[in-house]
Design a protein around this ligand. Sequence first.
Ligand SMILES: [Mg+2]
Length: 209
Amino acid sequence: MPPSPPDPFSRPALFLDRDGVLNEDRGYVHRWEDFTWIPGARETVAAFNRAGWLVIVVTNQSGVGRGYYPEDDVHALHARMREDLARAGARIDAFYHAPQHPEAPVEAYRHPDPPLRKPNPGMLLQAMADWPIDREASLMIGDKPSDLEAALRAGVRGVLFEGGTCWNSCGTRTCCPREHGSELPAAPGRSGSGAVLEAWVPAFAGMSG
Ligand SMILES: [Mg+2]
């Protein structure tokens, strides 16, 4: 099949992992009381909004499949995030979450290799089917190699965000490989404790720093 002509209305999308990128990853975060924004996250979302990018969250939520919390909690938390972002003049255009897990006790959430669950690219592919996205101009920021693998398999540039905390699976902040499927330069200021997501804005949203 020949490639379809570019959509004149397509826009770049900033795909964001959630836990460890937008908010501190404390392990299966599902209550607003346990939710803490990464410094600069809201401002970054707002900056990409102003630059005309779509901002889309793609988050594995196997806690649903594992039976730790109901899917309604995911929707409720994302609604609270939207409210709080609106107060900061920021907007996430869409949330995609992957509740499935290979060992889910509830059959509806059980799948041997869930297509939506990163490192599979299903959430990004679904977003690109739902929204007029300029794939080649888009960017995925994640804090784990599985985020960047999903991006790579969806044909989207991926970069590793190391400014967050990584409590549950890694134990330290610097345990993840620094580069994975990306030729992008390092974000300014990402080393050291002051690294914030805002560091990505000048480089990728076409703004002067
Ligand atoms: Mg994460």
